[in-house]
Design a protein around this ligand. Structure first.
Ligand SMILES: CC(C)(COP(=O)(O)OP(=O)(O)OC[C@H]1O[C@@H](n2cnc3c(N)ncnc32)[C@H](O)[C@@H]1OP(=O)(O)O)[C@@H](O)C(=O)NCCC(=O)NCCS
Length: 381
């Protein structure tokens, strides 16, 4: 098949290795297994920061002072309740809908009630970002309560975003350890350079479409099992394996059948994903505490086999799965949890894109047919 190429030579499939833009938000050091947000190492943030502080860092570029953080928290709290139109959209969703689809639709609808709609100034976009970060947890929790036949709960004062999310889905204020574990998970998921959903958000933003459009598109990209959907698939795999004595044979058989083992591999990391270390520690601890150490035991075996057989390390989605499971979180909320964190990164990238915009419009290498002659409808076979 002839190819047509008027532009630069084709890049690797999946844009591997292509540097698509400059950014000062986040960087993945793939060879070293390092990750920084705005110059801060992810390990420092996971140990010392909170999700709210990290979201501010991503949006604003610097860690907040005490006063700035107080203002940010007040802004988030003030924006947590959902506008009526968004509540209606969530109430109208079929109870069997996937929460990611409901979330995507709710985010898209939230533009109807956004006070800054039509204003694309940096100040207005920042306010939109705050509202989105505040409202995604409420959207996910509202749908979850409704599908369980429960009354949705209003956000509760005095709780962190992570604790409030756990409260809004379960009806119980979580203990400090569970709230902290989810808070750390949210920090770890908040941004990851030009991952697929963030790239999608930037492509949309680069047409000068608004923040809500970009975040809606990003949600669509995140849902796929090769991206944020992998955490749910990991837990399905652990449940199917069932017990540690079956783990090695299960993985070997999967690999022999050329199956992808979910939660492994990465486009950029050539060594361990630095986020996995924190999630591994929390998954082990919370699993033991919940009286369910078997999931972690299965995971350690899978990890060993994958390293030996494929030289692959686990990624962020591997240990987050069992951690959420032992916290009693339903499987189909794992990817929405990823979203309630990553929205902070998406919004930071939209702000950055709009601050120095150029349309993102690459070329394709044409490999289709050429010079075909028109055939009328009646003569086509
Ligand atoms: C993340 C991912 C999409 C990166 O994909 P990629 O950079 O395009 O890499 P490829 O899918 O081309 O994989 C390269 C090689 O590693 C293998 N590989 C990659 N991930 C694998 C996995 N999870 N299980 C088994 N083999 C895997 C591929 O089969 C391929 O082997 P081959 O060259 O012998 O055909 C991929 O590793 C994957 O599908 N992982 C599982 C899903 C997942 O956990 N996603 C969350 C990412 S944070």
């Amino acid at each position: 098949m002839p190819t047509v190429l008027e532009a630069a030579p084709p890049s690797a499939k999946g844009l591997e290795g292509v540097v698509a833009n400059q950014s000062s938000i986040c960087y993945v050091f793939g060879e070293e297994g390092r990750l920084i947000y705005r110059g801060y190492d992810i390990h420092d943030l996971a140990e010392h920061s909170t999700f709210e502080e990290t979201a501010y860092l991503l949006l604003r570029g610097d860690l907040p002072t005490r006063d700035q953080l107080a203002v940010f928290l007040t802004e988030l709290k003030a924006a947590q309740k959902l506008p009526k139109v968004v509540q209606r959209v969530i109430k109208d969703a079929p109870l069997t809908a996937h929460p990611m689809n409901v979330l995507r639709t709710a985010v898209s609808a939230s533009v109807f009630a956004d006070a800054d709609h039509g204003d694309e100034s940096a100040a207005a976009e920042y306010r939109k970002a705050v509202r989105l970060i505040a409202q995604l947890p409420t959207m996910v929790a509202m749908f979850h309560r409704l599908r369980n036949g429960q009354r949705p709960l209003a956000p509760r004062r005095g709780l962190s975003l992570a604790a409030n999310f756990l409260y809004m889905i379960s009806g119980a204020v979580p203990d400090a350890e569970a709230a902290k574990a989810l808070d750390v998970a949210l920090i770890l998921h908040a941004d990851h350079e030009l991952n697929a959903s963030t790239f999608a958000a930037r492509v949309i933003a680069a047409t000068l479409a608004d923040m809500h459009g970009a975040v809606t598109g990003a949600l669509g990209a995140l849902a796929g099992p090769l991206h944020g959907g992998a955490n749910t698939e990991v837990m399905k795999m652990l449940l199917e394996i069932g017990s540690p004595d079956r783990a090695e044979a299960w993985v070997r058989e999967g690999l022999a059948r050329k199956r992808k083992i979910m939660g492994f591999g990465h486009r950029v990391y050539r060594t361990e994903d630095p986020r996995a270390a924190h999630l591994r520690r929390m998954a082990e601890h919370l699993g033991r505490k919940a009286g369910q150490p078997q999931w972690f035991a299965i995971q350690r075996i899978i990890e060993d086999v994958m390293r030996r057989e494929k030289g692959l390390c686990c990624n962020v989605d591997f240990y987050s799965a069992s951690m959420y499971y032992v916290m009693g979180i339903p499987l189909d909320l794992y990817t929405p949890i990823f979203a309630i964190s990553r929205v902070s990164g998406w919004c930071a990238h939209v702000l950055e894109q709009h601050a120095d915009n150029r349309l993102i419009r690459p070329r394709a290498e044409y490999v289709g047919p050429m010079n075909r002659s028109w055939t009328s409808l009646g003569r086509r076979r």
